[in-house]
Design a binder for this molecule. Structure first.
Ligand code: AOS
Ligand code: ZN
Ligand code: ZN
Length: 388
């Protein structure tokens, strides 16, 4: 069995992956939202389900919220509820993609009244952050256009920057704005924040507490995502990941399920760039479990990240650098592949047991009776993850 050195285990011990509240709600595609027995009926139950992932893995100490999907009467109360369950509230995600007024945009909209409404929504999210103790305000914008000529793309960028400046000015001293890019959808001809360069240009103009969010499902097929990771870390502007996996578009599938080698390469660059367990880089999942059970889906996700992180930590960096300096192409590739092909699961299972955790978190959760309990208790009124 492969052994993991004390240095590697020390790094893995610090790993923290933030779960999205919406992963526990019913979600789906534009064709159908399939329900699942026991699905949470409110944010409190979402937090309870997310806490189960942390109980069984010790990998998921925070839960990201989404406004308005997670609106409650008292965020102080929700924060205490989370703390009582051993987790904390994390990133606050805004939403300017489900209001009739935002049909033609929000923060980049030509109509100042609508743009102000979108800005005010973000200021309300910052108010939530003060109550939850959250650091990050995550902004993903669905804005853009569907046809050439529909909009003036340049003036949209200028209005977007003005809106972001107003939002940024309201952040608390320790809070951050994280701007997520996406190359298409729901706008199909142009998206106002389509790529890492645009996000970087917009946040660089704001200040040091404005960062880029990299969603692993938000790139054209074949994109070298680990190159973007390297560059953003090199520029000091990688604020967070939205981890998921995709086969064709922004599929929001279980991270590592489609391409574990890509996840390994991304994590290898994170480690190379000093991003692993760097408090400035948040590891968030952004996934929906449309047809698979949600809590097990999240357990699988965090275990996939842990496993690929362990493999990436096994890379013999000295041998790699030597081979690279010598332009020994095959030797350098072999160093990387040796680490990737190493089965670290037995070592991770043994390590979990040493720490009083279940060697097999998935089996432990499935035999805990939690799913049966919530399926019996939560009858009716399940909340859609994507906010109906
Ligand atoms: C949408 O495709 C983006 O990935 C968003 O990050 C995410 O799904 C949204 O933040 C949920 O509100
Ligand atoms: Zn995302
Ligand atoms: Zn997405």
């Amino acid at each position: 069995m492969t052994t993991l050195s004390p240095e590697i285990l020390a790094e893995l011990e610090k790993q923290a992956i933030e779960l999205p509240s919406w992963a526990f709600g019913n979600s789906g595609t534009r064709f159908r939202v399939f329900g699942t027995p026991g699905t949470p009926r409110d944010p409190y139950e979402k937090i309870a389900d997310a806490a189960q992932v942390h109980v069984h893995t010790a990998l998921a100490p925070t839960v990201a919220l989404h406004i308005p999907w997670d609106l409650v009467d008292s965020f102080d109360d929700l924060r205490r509820h989370a703390e009582d369950l051993g987790v904390a509230l994390g990133t606050v995600n805004s939403n300017t993609f489900q209001d009739e007024d935002y049909k033609f945009g929000a923060l980049a909209h030509e109509d100042d009244r609508i743009r102000q409404k979108a800005i005010d929504h973000h200021l309300a999210c910052i108010d939530v952050m003060h109550a939850t103790g959250s650091r990050d305000l995550k902004i993903w914008l669905a804005e853009g256009s569907n046809y050439p000529g529909q909009n003036d793309m340049r003036s949209r960028q200028d209005r977007l920057q003005d809106s972001l400046q107003q939002i940024y000015a309201h952040l608390g001293d320790t809070q951050r704005l994280v701007l997520e890019y996406k190359f298409f959808e729901p706008s199909f001809y142009h998206t106002d924040v389509p790529d890492w360069g645009t996000s970087y240009a917009q946040v660089a103009a704001l200040g040091e507490r404005a960062m880029v969010c990299l969603d692993t499902g938000h790139h054209a097929p074949g994109t070298n995502i680990e190159f973007i990771v390297m560059q953003l870390l090199r520029l000091g502007k990688l604020g967070s990941f939205d981890f998921n996996s995709r086969f064709y578009a922004d599929d929001d599938l279980i991270v590592g399920a489609a391409d574990p080698f890509q996840l390994f390469r991304i994590l290898a660059e994170v480690i190379r760039g000093g991003g692993l367990n760097n408090p400035d880089v948040a590891f968030m999942l952004d996934q929906c479990h449309n047809i698979e059970s949600k809590i097990p889906g999240q357990i699988r996700s965090v275990l996939n990240v842990q496993e690929m992180t362990a493999r990436a930590l096994l890379i013999d960096r000295e041998a790699l650098a030597t081979a690279q300096r010598a332009n020994d192409v095959l030797a350098a590739n072999a160093v990387l592949m040796d680490a990737f092909y190493t089965d670290v699961r037995p070592a991770l299972a043994a390590w979990r047991s040493e720490r009083g955790l279940p060697a097999d978190p998935m089996a432990a959760f499935l035999s805990s009776g939690y799913l049966e309990k919530i399926s019996a208790e939560r009858v009716g009124g399940a909340q859609a993850g994507w906010g109906a």
